[in-house]
Design a protein around this ligand. Sequence first.
Ligand code: ZN
Length: 274
Amino acid sequence: MAGAPAAMAEPRTDVTPPVVTADQVMPHLDALQRIADRDGGNRAHGTQGYRDSVAYVKAALDKAGFRTALHRFTYNGTTDYNLIADWPGGDPEHIVFAGAHLDSVAAGPGINDNGSGSAALLTTALEVSKAHLKPHRHLRFAWWGAEEAGTVGSSAYVRDLSAAERHRIDVYLNVDMAGTKNNQEWLIVDDDPEAFEAFEGYFAARKLPTAKVGTLGSDHESFNDASIPVGGFAKGLDDCYHAACDRVENVDPQTETTSTNAFISTVWQLAARR
Ligand code: ZN
């Protein structure tokens, strides 16, 4: 192909992933904290705090050029929504799907569990937009409702997919509790080998300690139950787990930023594969 014009070259999808700072991640946690503060102290299923959290994330994604949709489900007689966001482009037969639960428990604002994962995921999506990423595989993001009731929102979503739609998802990546303080290890889900190696490689290159886990009791299990390969990580439990003190002060900004950059790096790598 000597002399082939540059315009015929493959789209560049293997470019170095961006690196964000705490200033790009923590404002999302501050926003979720303010929502909880004005809505009665929590962001649980069926509450104004949850609905305002969805509206906050959706507005940022819509502004960044994502195609967003609300997926409706009912739990305990109350209807609520998962937020789904597609980045236009990429092979629709091969989807890299990344998600985090956006609800809290009723006892507190849920900023580490799981405002931290929600913010890491939103930051990743916004970086995709900023980079005008042209991935080989299609990229889809989701913020799940009613995880705290037993992965209810993600289970409803997977249940509503046809067999053909499930088959199009190459891998699902989850992030739950990304900013835990004073906690040594990143716990990495050992299922999809490419996802595991991408996360493990990111932390190993920075000499950060990890542990391999079979499961983390979060939304990836809804996908795993449908035989979809899964990956992701958590930073482990903290002293304010499911308590009123799970506020923004309960998140370590450096850990949250490292987790976000690990997630960005992995999404970039997996999206570039065929
Ligand atoms: Zn959680």
